[in-house]
Design a protein around this ligand. Structure first.
Ligand code: NDP
Length: 262
């Protein structure tokens, strides 16, 4: 039986095991997926190999450590400099970032999106910004503090702090800050947000399982909204495809979605 794992700290709250195990059950794939609380991020590769895991997901706060410790990083993850998926390929640790394509898949339901205002400049924002840029979608970053904008400027992505933001028209506004996760904060000034919402069509929040103040304000302004559940699902589905070395159909995706909700 193959063994898979999610590394994080904390990790007890993670829904990845119930989602991934539902996928394995549906395919009758002989594997088990477990949680592993990892304290020292720099021990991630040795822990992965020592425990004979075939694949892993990596969550907060170890995505950068996982990037730095991998034997080989593939795809957009090289630019993002953070990974959420490990695969054991003949004893070599291969790393991918599936958050980025998972986000793109999640916003497909909105239809055509040409321009995005991305709130936040943390690890998730890096993945989303580069995924959008690579897809030819115009992306502008707005963050509370100036200090995290350097990464985006180096990638030629227009980026502002709250102090110097210049509003324009955006199709989609994305909250990738942690505002609204465990509090009732908006990700930026209410007036600024309402001004942007006046011309936007869609709002997406990376936080999942609740209507955050950001999404509530978007609804109030007539926007179509979506929370982060599909992003979580699709990053998991893409990792699952790496784990099982096959493309999966809608049956498996639905089983994984149900697993997530169980
Ligand atoms: P980071 O800690 O790397 O970044 C947090 C960002 O949020 C920073 O830009 C920070 O700004 C900003 N921020 C925090 N608090 C506030 C606030 N009160 N007002 C305005 N800005 C704030 O977090 P991640 O990028 O890892 O995660 C961000 C969010 O995305 C989390 O809510 C997480 O749960 C969610 N997420 C969802 C996923 C999914 O699959 N649905 C996947 C990954 C993440 P500053 O620079 O000024 O500190």
């Amino acid at each position: 039986m193959e063994k898979f794992v999610i590394f994080g700290n904390p990790v007890a709250h993670s829904k990845s095991p119930q989602m991934q195990n539902a996928g394995f059950d549906n395919l009758k794939y002989d594997a088990v997926y477990e949680k592993h609380q990892l304290i020292d991020g720099n021990s991630i590769k040795t822990t992965f190999l020592k425990n004979k895991y075939q694949g892993a997901n990596i969550t907060v706060p170890h995505k950068e450590h996982a990037f730095a410790n991998a034997d080989e990083v593939r795809g957009l993850a090289k630019k993002i400099q953070a990974v959420n998926t490990y695969i054991n390929e003949n004893g070599k640790v291969i790393a991918y970032n599936t958050d980025a394509p998972g986000f793109l898949k999640a916003i497909e339901s909105f239809g055509k999106v040409k321009s995005v205002l991305l709130l936040g400049a943390g690890g998730t924002a890096k993945a989303i910004a580069l995924a959008l840029q690579e897809s030819g979608i115009d992306v502008t970053v707005l963050n509370r503090s100036e200090s995290k904008l350097e990464f985006f400027k180096n990638e030629n992505i227009t980026s502002y702090s709250w102090e110097n933001f210049v509003a324009k028209e955006f199709d989609l506004v994305v909250n990738s800050t942690s505002a609204g996760l465990k509090d009732d904060y908006l990700p930026c000034d209410k007036e600024l947000l309402e001004k942007v919402f006046k011309t936007a069509k869609f709002a997406f929040d990376c936080v999942y399982g609740k209507i955050t103040p950001f999404l509530a304000l978007a609804v109030h302004n007539g926007l179509e909204i979506k929370d982060g559940e599909d992003m979580l699902l699709y990053q998991g589905v893409l990792a699952f495809e790496y784990f099982t070395k096959q493309k999966v159909d809608e049956n498996v995706v639905e089983a994984m979605r149900n697993g997530l909700k169980a």
